[in-house]
Design a protein around this ligand. Structure first.
Ligand SMILES: *[C@@H]1O[C@H](CO)[C@@H](O)[C@H](O)[C@H]1NC(C)=O
Length: 527
C-alpha cells in the first residue's frame, strides 16, 4: 500500500463562509495563483477586488480595514509545522511505504522569505514526492495532480491510499480508483495504523551535509549541518560520533534551528592533539561567523558544554546537558584522586594508561560497540558491563568475562553499528580515550579561571537508569546556575539520544523554543 497525504495547506483551511464562496469560484484569483498563473503579489489586488464585488452582490459589509494582505499576514503568523506528521512520515518510510504530499501553493514573490516554502522544504526531506500546484498547473483535488503523483511514485491507483481532510478530496481520489480515507486528525490516524513505536526521522552520513573547518595546522573540525535558524551545536560523548545525534538532527532542524553536530576533537574525522579545546571551539565559531550558540552536550560533550559556558559565557546563548551534571570545580579536590575513591568511576582510572584500553576496545569493534550501546539497565548485558565499569582495574579490562558473541540491542540498527565500526576502524580509540587522560590537566586549568554562576538559560536532562551518571549527581546544580530547567527520562540508560529519541526531542525542542522565544517571529517574516 502506498500513501499519499494532502498537505494541510493552512490558508485553504481557514477560508470559510464568505471567503469560501469567493475562493470556490472556478477561476478565482486564489485558484489561478495556485495553478501558477499569478504570483502572490499579483493575486492580492485581484483577490481584494473579488471580495469587494462579492460583498456588494451579497449585500455583505466587509469589516473595517479588511484586506487580503493583512488576512494572509495573520495566517502566516499562525502557521506552524506539525512535527508529529513528519515523525509519522519517517515511520511509514521505515515500514517500506512510499509517501507523497500534494500541496496547493502559489509562488511567493514577496521577497521576504516564505513560511510555506519552509514548510515544503521540510516535507521534501520526509516524503518521496512533493508536488506543488503552482509548478504542475493543477490543484488538489484535480485528477491530473493525483495522476502525476502516482506516476512519479510508480504505482497504480489501486495501490494508493489517499488521506484527506475534506470530502471533495475523498470523492476525487475515489473517482480515480484510489482508496480514500477522511481523517480528522492525520497524526492520530497514522498512529493507529502503525501501532508500533513511532521513531523520529534519522539522518545518514550519505544524505547529510558535511563541513570541515581548519582551526590551526594539524587541527581540523568535522561537522554535520542541517536546518536554518538560531545555531545549536551538538557535542557527543565517548565512544561516539556526530552520528549519535542522528535522531535529533532532523527533528531540531525541523523545529527551526540550524543544527551543527560536531565530531569532537580526536573522534571520527576531526583531528586532535590532546588538550582541552574550548579555544578551538571559539575559533570554529569565529570562522563560521557564529557570534553565539546554544550548546547541547552528552557525556563528555556535556562536560565540554558546561566548561564552555563557564569560560566563554559571551559565546554561549544557552547550554544543555544530557546525563552529565555540572560539577562544581573544587581546587582542593583532585578529580583523579576522587575517582579512585568512587567505584563506578573505576573505568576512568583504567583508561589512564596509554595503550591499555586501546588494545582491549579495538580488538573486536563490533563486540565493543554491541557491549557499549545497550539500552536501559538492567534489561540486557549492560548489567555485566556495569560490573566491569566498577572493577575493571582489578579484573584488567572493561569487557572481561563477557561472551564473544553479543546480541545487538534493538536500539542499535545494523547500519548504525556498521557506522561506528567504520568510524573507529582506522583511527581507533586513542583520540577518544585521550579525553579521559586530560582530566587532571583540565581541572588545574579550570581552577585557574574565574568562577561565577552561570547566567544563561540551562537545561539538565537526567536519565533514571544511567549506571554511571546518576541523576542524584545533579543535586545542587541550582546553586551554580541561575536559570536551570530540568528534564528527566526515568526509563533511560546512558545512551539517551538513541535510547529515548522521541522523549528527548520533545524535551529539547520545548526548551529550545522557550530559550529562543522570538523564533516564531524570525521564522515567519511578514509579507
Ligand atoms: C529561563 O530560561 C527559560 C528557558 O530558556 C526562559 O524561557 C526564561 O525566559 C528564562 N528566565 C529568565 C528570568 O531569564
Amino acid at each position: 500500500m502506498h500513501v499519499v497525504c494532502k498537505c494541510r495547506y493552512v490558508v485553504l483551511m481557514c477560508f470559510r463562509g464568505f471567503l469560501g464562496k469567493v475562493v470556490a469560484n472556478k477561476d478565482s484569483a486564489m485558484k489561478r495563483a495556485e495553478r501558477g498563473k499569478l504570483t502572490l503579489s499579483q493575486m492580492i489586488p485581484e483577490f481584494d477586488a473579488e471580495c469587494v464585488n462579492s460583498a456588494s452582490e451579497q449585500n455583505v459589509n466587509l469589516p473595517d480595514g479588511f484586506s487580503v494582505r493583512s488576512l494572509l499576514e495573520e495566517l502566516r503568523e499562525r502557521s506552524t509545522v506539525n512535527a508529529n506528521v513528519l515523525q509519522t512520515a519517517a515511520t511509514l518510510h521505515r515500514e517500506g511505504l512510499l509517501t507523497g504530499v500534494l500541496a496547493n501553493r502559489w509562488v511567493d514573490d514577496s521577497g521576504c522569505g516564505s513560511s510555506s516554502g519552509r514548510l515544503l522544504n521540510l516535507l521534501a526531506g520526509h516524503f518521496d514526492v512533493v508536488l506543488q500546484s503552482c509548478r504542475t498547473g493543477h490543484r488538489v483535488p484535480e485528477a491530473d495532480l493525483f495522476t502525476s503523483a502516482l506516476t512519479q511514485l510508480g504505482v497504480s491507483p489501486n495501490q494508493a491510499l489517499w488521506l484527506a481532510d475534506d470530502d471533495e478530496g475523498v470523492g476525487a481520489a475515489e473517482a480515480l480508483g484510489m482508496t480514500a480515507v477522511f481523517v480528522k486528525d492525520l497524526t492520530e490516524a497514522l498512529k493507529q495504523a502503525i501501532k508500533g513505536e513511532i521513531l523520529p526521522a534519522v539522518c545518514s552520513t550519505e544524505t547529510v551535509s558535511h563541513g570541515y573547518v581548519s582551526i590551526k595546522p594539524g587541527v581540523k573540525v568535522h561537522y554535520v549541518e542541517m536546518g536554518a535558524g538560531p545555531p545549536v551545536l551538538l557535542c557527543h560523548g565517548f565512544p561516539e560520533s556526530w552520528y549519535s545525534w542522528r535522531y535529533q538532527i532532523p527533528a531540531l532542524a525541523d523545529a527551526g534551528f540550524r543544527v551543527l553536530a560536531l565530531d569532537m576533537k580526536g573522534f571520527g574525522e576531526s583531528t586532535a592533539p590532546p588538550g582541552l579545546c574550548l579555544s578551538d571551539l571559539v575559533t570554529f565559531m569565529d570562522k563560521m561567523g557564529i557570534p553565539q550558540v546554544t550548546l547541547v552536550g552528552h557525556d563528555w560533550g556535556g562536560s565540554f558544554a558546561w566548561n564552555m559556558a563557564q569560560c566563554h559565557p559571551e559565546r554561549v546563548q544557552a547550554v544543555a546537558s544530557l546525563n552529565t551534571p555540572l560539577f562544581p570545580v573544587d581546587p582542593s579536590k583532585n578529580p583523579m584522586e576522587f575517582m579512585k575513591t568512587v567505584p563506578i568511576f573505576d573505568y576512568q582510572v583504567y583508561f589512564q594508561k596509554p595503550g591499555v584500553a586501546e588494545v582491549e576496545l579495538e580488538k573486536n569493534l563490533a563486540r565493543t560497540f554491541k557491549i557499549f550501546f545497550r539500552d536501559t539497565f538492567p534489561r540486557g548485558v549492560l548489567f555485566h558491563v556495569c560490573v566491569c565499569v566498577r572493577a575493571c582495574v582489578h579484573v584488567g579490562g572493561l569487557l572481561v568475562g563477557l561472551p564473544e558473541e553479543i546480541p545487538r540491542s534493538s536500539m542499535l540498527s545494523e547500519n548504525a553499528l556498521q557506522f561506528y565500526i567504520n568510524q573507529y576502524k582506522d583511527k581507533g580509540f586513542r583520540g577518544p580515550l585521550n579525553w579521559y587522560r586530560n582530566t587532571e590537566r583540565n581541572w588545574k586549568w579550570l581552577c585557574s579561571r574565574p568562577r561565577a554562576k552561570l547566567l544563561m538559560p540551562a537545561l539538565m536532562v537526567t536519565a533514571g537508569k544511567d549506571p554511571v551518571l546518576l541523576p542524584v549527581f545533579s543535586k545542587g546544580m541550582e546553586n551554580l546556575i541561575t536559570n536551570l530547567t530540568r528534564g528527566h527520562i526515568e526509563e533511560c540508560g546512558h545512551w539517551t539520544q538513541m535510547e529515548r529519541p522521541s522523549e528527548l526531542n520533545t524535551i529539547l525542542i520545548s526548551w529550545l523554543k522557550d530559550t529562543h522565544n522570538n523564533i516564531g517571529v524570525a521564522m515567519t517574516p511578514k509579507l
